[in-house]
Design a protein around this ligand. Structure first.
Ligand code: URA
Ligand code: SF4
Length: 217
């Protein structure tokens, strides 16, 4: 990467776009015009979090995927369907949760044929630039528990030393809520080889059951 490209990637922050009066609707409107990092030019639109202001549980993914980018809603594609079915199996209701992402624009590169958009993991500077939106969502919703889906969200929420493979399904102490949790990203299950996929999905549901149990305490 050239020095100039790097400068473009690391300059700016969503903080410059926060509205004076902060409610979920005003934040959503402001985020739609965010240019806090270069990803506003890469994705089609800002995909803000969704759910009730009174939600006791918040799920944080990495970034919108291809379908989310087109629809403008989080977790509505294949990962979202897997999340929905796992939530149901764990006895959790998506309708009672707030669902969002660490980064609000879809980062992608074209595949060889130019027909498909291939997801690219956001850089730490992009996650940092977008963090003000997540901070504001947490400050307004004040969930009892926050669940990171995958390593990008876990690091964004709980810091760089968190290890999903070790800490999944366990309470992570955080100033952000009464409890933090981390588990895998549903897309990692979709990508898993078929012989381990069912096991990975079961483990995901087990992690979510621990969250459900903690919420009932
Ligand atoms: N993956 C994510 O992390 N978030 C979405 O909204 C969809 C897929
Ligand atoms: Fe703003 Fe986040 Fe989109 Fe970057 S990814 S432009 S910080 S909303």
């Amino acid at each position: 990467m050239t020095t100039r490209a790097r400068a473009v990637e690391t300059t700016g922050s969503a903080a410059d776009f926060l509205p004076a009066r902060r409610t979920l609707p005003s934040l959503r409107r402001a985020a739609a015009g965010c240019r806090g990092c270069h990803l506003w030019k890469v994705g089609t639109q800002t995909v803000f979090g969704e759910g009730a202001r009174s939600a006791t549980l918040m799920f944080v993914g990495e970034q919108p995927g291809d379908q989310e980018d087109r629809a403008g809603h989080p977790f509505v594609g294949p990962s979202g369907r897997l999340l929905d079915s796992a939530l149901e199996r764990a006895g959790l209701d998506r309708g009672e949760a707030y669902v969002t992402n660490a980064v609000k624009h879809f980062k992608w590169v074209p595949d060889g044929s130019g027909k498909r958009r291939i997801h690219k993991t956001p850089s730490s500077s992009e996650v940092r630039a977008c963090h003000p939106w997540l901070d504001e969502e947490i400050a307004i919703v004040k969930p009892r528990a926050i669940v990171a889906l995958g390593a990008t969200a876990a690091k964004a929420l709980f810091g760089p030393t968190v290890r999903v493979t070790v800490q999944h399904g366990k309470v992570i102490r955080t100033p952000l809520a009464e409890a933090g949790f981390a588990t895998v990203h549903p897309s990692s299950i979709l990508r898993a080889p078929s012989d381990v996929r069912a096991g990975a999905e079961r483990a995901f549901v087990e992690d979510l059951k621990k969250v459900a149990k903690w919420l009932r305490k």
